[in-house]
Design a protein around this ligand. Structure first.
Ligand code: XUL
Ligand code: MN
Length: 347
C-alpha cells in the first residue's frame, strides 16, 4: 500500500449549519459565507464544494452576465485564499419547477427548467475552475408509483446527462446516489444504478459517481464495498464521508462516530486504490449536532478530518502480512480479532 500519499480535504458551506430540523428552529445564529470561507482557510482545508446557488445566490433571478460576474468574483476570492472549488451541484430540490422530480418530472416545462439550470451550473463550475458537477437526484422518484414509469425516468435522466455532456466537452458528472429522503424510493439508490445509467450515455467515461457513507448505509450497503466497486470502474471522483446510525433519516454524523470499524474499512478501500492521486478530495458531508454551541461550530469537521487521518495511520500500520497469512488459512475469526485489536491499540 502507498505510504506517502497525502490527502486534501473539503467541505461545503451547508456543513456549517444552524441546527434546524423538521421539528424545531435553528439553535445557532446564521454565519455569512465569508465567515465560513475564512473558517475553511483558517483550519487548513483545501477546497470548498458548492451548490450552484451557494456560489451565486438566487441565480434563477439573475441574468447570465450577472451570474458570470458573481462567479468570477467568487473565483478571485478563492484564488486569493488559495482555496479550490471542488465541485458545483445544481440545487434541483427547492424551486417550484422541481416539485415533481426535476429531470424526471412529468411536466416537460419542468424538465426543461432542470436541464437549463444544470447547464448554468456547468458554466458556474467553469468560472470557478472545476470540471466536476455533482448530481444528487433529490426528488427523482415518484410519490405515487402509478404516476410514473421508472424506465421512462431512466430515459429522462439519460437525456439530461446527454445535454450536460454536449454543453461542455470537458465536464465530468458525478452522480451521488441516495436511496431515500426526501423521497421514499429514489430511482438511482446505489452506485450500481448510477454507473448503469452512465453506461447508457454517449460518453460514459465522463459520468461517474460520488459515494456518501450515510447514503450507502441507508441503502443497506457497506460503504467500503461501494468504494471498492466504484474504484474498480475508475469512477469514484468524490466522497462525502460521514456516518449514520442505522436505517433512519439521513444523519450526516461525524466520520467514524457510529462505526469506527466501518470508517477504517472505508479508509482502507480508499488507500488501496489510490484515491486522491488523480486530484480527488476527501469531503466531509457532516453537520454539527443540534446541541452544538456556536463556539464549537467547526468541531464536527475538524473531528472528522482528525479521525480520517488517524485511520490512515491505522490502515498504513495494519499488519497486512499477517492478514494474508490468516486469509490463506481461512482463519477469518483471527482476522476479525486482528482488526479489533489494531483499532483498540495497546492494552
Ligand atoms: C443530501 C446530500 C447533499 C449533496 C449535495 O443528502 O448529501 O448535500 O451532497 O447536493
Ligand atoms: Mn452528500
Amino acid at each position: 500500500m502507498a505510504k506517502t500519499h497525502a490527502y486534501r480535504f473539503c467541505f461545503g458551506p451547508w456543513n456549517i449549519s444552524e441546527g434546524q430540523d423538521p421539528y424545531g428552529p435553528p439553535t445557532r445564529p446564521a454565519k455569512s459565507f465569508g465567515w465560513k470561507l475564512a473558517q475553511l482557510k483558517k483550519h487548513g482545508f483545501d477546497a470548498m464544494m458548492f451548490h450552484d446557488d451557494d456560489a451565486v445566490p438566487e441565480l434563477d433571478r439573475k441574468s447570465e452576465p450577472q451570474i458570470r460576474r458573481e462567479a468570477n468574483a467568487l473565483k478571485r476570492r478563492l484564488d486569493d485564499l488559495g482555496i479550490a472549488a471542488e465541485m458545483v451541484a445544481p440545487r434541483l430540490w427547492f424551486a417550484p419547477e422541481t416539485i415533481d422530480g426535476a429531470y424526471t418530472s412529468n411536466d416537460a416545462k419542468c424538465r426543461r427548467y432542470a436541464i437549463d439550470r444544470s447547464l448554468r451550473c456547468i458554466d458556474i463550475a467553469n468560472w470557478l475552475g472545476t470540471d466536476l458537477i455533482v448530481l444528487w437526484l433529490a426528488r427523482a422518484d415518484s410519490y405515487i408509483r402509478e404516476s410514473k414509469d421508472a424506465a421512462r425516468g431512466v430515459d429522462y435522466l439519460v437525456e439530461a446527462l446527454e445535454r450536460m455532456l454536449a454543453h461542455d466537452g470537458r465536464v465530468r458528472i458525478a452522480i451521488e446516489p441516495k436511496p431515500n429522503e426526501p423521497m421514499d424510493h429514489a430511482y438511482l439508490p446505489t452506485i450500481g444504478h448510477a454507473l448503469a445509467v452512465a453506461g447508457l450515455t454517449s460518453d460514459p467515461g465522463r459520468v461517474g459517481c460520488l459515494i456518501e457513507s450515510a447514503h450507502a448505509i441507508l441503502a443497506g450497503l457497506d460503504p467500503a464495498d461501494e468504494i471498492d466497486f466504484a474504484m474498480r470502474f475508475g469512477k469514484l471522483w468524490s466522497v462525502h464521508l460521514n456516518d449514520q446510525n442505522g436505517l433512519k433519516y439521513d444523519q450526516d454524523r461525524p466520520f467514524g462516530n457510529v462505526s469506527l470499524r466501518s470508517a477504517f474499512d472505508q479508509v482502507r478501500a480508499l488507500e488501496r486504490h489510490g484515491y486522491g492521486k488523480q486530484g480527488e478530495y476527501v469531503c466531509f458531508d457532516v453537520h454539527p449536532f443540534r446541541t452544538t454551541k456556536p463556539e464549537h461550530w467547526m468541531d464536527h469537521l475538524l473531528n472528522s478530518r482528525r479521525t480520517f487521518l488517524r485511520l490512515v495511520e491505522k490502515v498504513r500500520s495494519f499488519d497486512e502480512k499477517q492478514t494474508q497469512k490468516l486469509i490463506a488459512a481461512r482463519n477469518y475469526q483471527a482476522l476479525d480479532q486482528l482488526v479489533i485489536e489494531h483499532l483498540l491499540g495497546r492494552a
